[in-house]
Design a protein around this ligand. Structure first.
Ligand code: PMP
Length: 420
């Protein structure tokens, strides 16, 4: 036998050290001990009856959180991106027309995912920190006749809460499926999947739910299932094929479940516990708490002379707040100072909300751009410097707002301010 050419790494001889930290960025948020402890339960087989029962509880919890009766409701093994690809890969076939609202990075990514599988993608680009009206959505639906329409409800990159009312009905008038990303908004802001006629809705575990990252709730309406189960071609991903996932999650009515992949059982324990905590508080109480705390936070920021990136109050996402970076400061210095001095994470911009400081103008663009052309386009015109603060789930409290405001005040006193 040859001798080992790679020795056991010395770094692994040191014990694992993970600091406690206030997680007030756009995600992940803090995981309370009750949810962490649930994840520390023993690993048993992912096809054991106890796990199927836990999965069934998770399904009920997601139906409550999404306000849906959909049978096809489950949690994908993976993060929000996995659910995004599960939604798009199952409902879109090569050559299908897809229409995407781009009001930040998540629209850009959805457009890219659909383009990668050969869809014809059109975008409607919202003004910075703004959203698209139903009249403009209807114009675009009637022009492009898409099979799928994508919208991020809570755009965590820009801090926009996109209105949802009436859009599902418009999509169905034009025979189109309505796909909504609620990773950053679910549980923090009202959403009614069935009543708002949303066909595919997905989220993530690590934001308002306060579970560790790694599982992503998703649900498909009857109309969406009709399209998914009558495809001409198989979805490009075996792992995300809804035929398989539906069976693993007991959503297809078949008496036996067949091995598809090894479900992350400890992540299921945490997700189940987080849904239990959530159900104990109640959906409406959670919405109200996030809204009250967000308004308290916004008032505090304005009283410090800071400006919110989203001008229209109703369009402000209660879970993730975007603040125009104060003039003359480098946002990176502010976020690092706060991390170092206050052991608290807040973050800078992402996608359209990163870069140079500019005033928001009121234009929007509707067009048929390839994703790369679109990215250049946004780089030229959409460059903002913002700070993003996420107060989600158990982190959404007035005491935490006071802590963030104090940290910001301290940072503005101590960080370098250019006189130019
Ligand atoms: N959509 C939105 C709105 C998000 O905020 C995020 C995470 N920041 C995602 C999708 C992707 O989720 P993940 O990082 O868990 O893949």
């Amino acid at each position: 036998m040859p001798s080992l050419s790679v020795p056991a790494p010395r770094c692994l001889q040191k014990p694992l050290v993970v600091p406690h930290r206030h997680m007030f960025g756009p995600g992940p948020s803090n995981v309370p001990p009750r949810i962490l402890e649930a994840g520390a339960n023993p690993v048993i087989g992912h096809m054991h009856p106890e796990i199927f029962e836990i999965m069934s509880d998770i399904k009920s919890g997601i139906q409550y959180m999404f306000q849906t009766q959909n049978k096809m409701t489950l949690a994908v093994s993976g993060t929000g991106h996995t659910a995004m690809e599960c939604a798009i890969f199952n409902t879109v076939e090569p050559g299908d027309s897809v229409l995407v609202v781009v009001n930040g990075i998540w629209g850009e990514r959805a457009a890219e995912m659909a383009e990668r599988i050969g869809a014809k993608v059109n975008t409607i680009v919202a003004p910075p920190g703004g959203y698209i009206t139903n009249a403009d959505i209807e114009k675009a639906l009637s022009k492009h006749r898409p099979a799928l329409f994508f919208l991020a409800h809570g755009e965590s990159s820009t801090g926009v809460l996109h209105p949802l009312d009436g859009i599902g009905q418009l999509c169905h008038k034009y025979n189109c499926l309505f796909l909504v990303d609620s990773v950053a908004s679910i549980g923090g802001s009202p959403l009614y999947m069935d009543q708002q006629e949303i066909d595919i809705l997905y989220s993530g575990s690590q934001k308002v739910l306060n579970a560790p990252p790694g599982t992503a709730p998703i649900s498909f309406s009857e109309r969406a299932c009709q399209k998914v189960f009558n495809r001409r071609t198989k979805p490009v991903s075996f792992f995300l094929d809804l035929n398989w996932l539906a069976n693993y999650w007991g959503c297809d009515g078949k008496p036996t479940r067949v091995y598809h992949h090894t479900g992350p059982v400890t992540a299921f324990y945490s997700l189940r516990e987080s849904l239990a905590v959530f159900a104990e508080e109640g959906l409406e109480n959670s919405w109200e708490r996030h809204q009250t705390v967000a308004e308290y936070f916004h008032a505090g920021l304005e009283s410090m002379g800071l400006k919110l990136f989203v001008k229209e109050k109703q369009a402000r996402l209660p879970t993730v707040t975007t603040i125009v970076a104060p003039y003359g400061y480098d946002w990176k210095e502010i976020t690092s100072y706060i991390m170092k001095t206050h052991n608290l994470e807040i973050s800078g911009g992402l996608g359209p909300s990163v870069g140079l400081v500019r005033e928001a103008t009121g234009w929007w663009f509707s067009g048929n751009l390839s994703v790369s052309a679109y990215v250049n386009f946004t780089c030229c015109f959409w460059s903002f410097q913002v700070l993003r603060v996420g107060l989600m789930g158990c982190n959404s409290t007035k005491a935490n707002v006071d802590m963030v405001l104090a940290a910001l005040r301290d940072a503005l006193k101590h960080c370098h301010r250019s006189k130019v």
